[in-house]
Design a protein around this ligand. Structure first.
Ligand code: GDP
Length: 138
């Protein structure tokens, strides 16, 4: 059981002004912020972050979207963090996401789906290390 996960608030959500409401929902669900930054990925950085999806048909669209505007990257802590955060954000496609989940509340489509959440402890480590040094975690 992990106690750490990684998230991004994606460009669709930051551009619509949902950043504060999404962070509020995350914190009210019991997650503690260990590291956070507002930044904008270059296409090369977005391509590297999503390299595991390189062969998927939507890879190009995903890279374009994720570098199209600001994102908020964060490391979150909670007991059972990876699984509990995936439950909090809901299904990839907001049309299939459960009521009350972040994607149900804030996402527009399967591509522009408001938030990222790590899918394993290993990826949570890799993704957190992509954005944050040890000195940026508190
Ligand atoms: P997640 O773990 O729920 O984020 O979903 P995946 O790992 O399957 O996909 C990663 C991200 O790629 C998703 O969060 C979406 O932003 C994007 N994505 C997934 N499927 C599609 C698709 O069919 N079309 C587009 N444009 N983007 C997609």
């Amino acid at each position: 059981m992990s106690n750490s996960t990684f998230t991004m608030i994606k460009p669709d959500a930051t551009s619509k002004g949902y950043t504060g409401a999404i962070l509020d929902q995350i914190i009210k669900a019991g997650f503690k912020v260990k590291a956070m930054k507002w930044t904008n990925l270059t296409p090369a950085q977005a391509g590297q972050f999503y390299e595991v999806h390189k062969e998927r048909p939507f890879y190009g669209e995903l890279v374009d979207f994720m570098s199209s505007g600001p994102i908020v990257a964060a490391i979150l802590e909670k007991e059972n963090a990876v699984a509990d955060f995936r439950t909090l954000i809901g299904a990839t496609n907001p049309a299939q996401a459960a009521e009350g989940t972040i994607r149900k509340n804030f996402a527009a489509s399967i591509g522009e789906n408001a938030v990222h959440g790590s899918d394993s402890d290993e990826n949570a480590q890799i993704e957190g290390n992509f954005f944050f040094s040890k000195l940026e975690r508190f």
